[in-house]
Design a protein. Structure first.
Length: 316
């Protein structure tokens, strides 16, 4: 009989690439991970791992077993969810991840609604980049998380994670200062295509999120689609910083609609034919867990009753 915990280690090795990374993510020692994977090989009766230089890679049999591990662990998650549904009431800790701009814009309203409907739940919030959510969910560090993707940077399919849509919002170009006054009168300004809207700022400095983030990739690809390579001067993940820098003429940047509600004086916002989509993610098979279902319902209710300030458009 194959051990479920060892299957989990094999799946993590396939995704993380090294035994050291698996050990760090799951709070094990590297030797303990190696020992457990060796036991799994004996249980399977065929080689699952092979050396490739200093790395360990999965054999074809190992990759096949890792695929089955996804299905096994999803069924186990479903069983846990159904057992939780058999208990009376919804309570206990709920570990929630959120991307930084979702913190002030989405989470407080969602948690207020959650507290009203399920006071026995104990939400525990941590900011996390959307790219790390899958790892956090698989490692058991998170139960549910807010994630997002952009046009030009679609989410990579992940069999270990289920998602439900929450909202969609347009992106805006943020500019300002003397540079805006001069360029806003350029012949190409005032159009409605991406090239027409971004083109006048092709030679100006740009403000993007940090390298390695989806926001950075979106900004670079959007500019490339408009026909130029952005000259990046500033990198900031906080949209308030992007808006403040744009307002004083330090460059052009991209911000989602929910970040525009408290834009500083001097910033000029131009709506773009680009969108950001926010979703709620959880481990595959976990959507029926009462606590996760409660959070999804609370977040959707919160978004539907938000004030009349500029807000994202809900996805049906």
């Amino acid at each position: 009989m194959l051990d479920v915990r060892r299957l989990h280690l094999l799946r993590e090795l396939e995704r993380r690439g090294t035994i050291a990374a698996v050990a760090e993510a799951l709070s094990f020692t590297a030797s303990a991970v190696s020992q457990q994977l060796s036991v799994l090989e004996r249980e399977a009766g065929v080689p699952l791992l092979e050396r490739s230089g200093r790395r360990v890679v999965l054999t074809p049999a190992g990759r096949t077993l890792a695929t089955h591990a996804d299905a096994v662990l999803e069924r186990l998650e479903l069983a846990v969810s159904q057992l939780a549904g058999a208990r009376e009431g919804v309570g206990g800790p709920l570990r929630i991840g959120t991307f930084p701009s979702g913190g002030p814009a989405i989470v407080p309203a969602a948690l207020a609604e959650l507290a009203l409907q399920h006071p026995a739940l104990e939400p525990m919030l941590q900011e996390i980049d959307s790219a790390r959510v899958s790892d956090g969910l698989r490692a058991g560090e998170l139960d549910v998380a807010l994630i997002h993707d952009y046009d030009f940077v679609p989410a990579t399919p992940d069999a270990t994670m289920d998602e439900v849509p929450l909202l969609q919002e347009p992106m805006y170009l943020a500019t300002g200062g003397a540079a805006h006054s001069a360029l806003a009168t350029a012949p190409a300004a005032g159009g409605d295509t991406l090239a027409e809207l971004l083109g006048p700022w092709a030679e100006t400095p740009w403000i993007t999120a940090r390298d390695g983030t989806t926001g950075h990739a979106m900004a670079v690809r959007a500019c490339q689609a408009a026909g130029f390579q952005p000259r990046i001067r500033h990198q900031a993940n906080d949209f308030r910083t992007v808006l403040a820098l744009a307002a004083i003429g330090q460059g052009a940047g991209f911000v989602p609609e929910m970040a525009t509600t408290h834009a500083p004086g001097g910033v000029v916002l131009t709506r773009l034919p680009l969108f950001r989509r926010s979703k709620i993610a959880f481990r595959a098979g976990g959507g029926t867990h009462p606590a996760i279902a409660a959070f999804v319902a609370a977040a959707r209710t919160a978004m539907s009753t938000t004030s009349s300030d500029p807000q994202p458009h809900e996805i049906p």
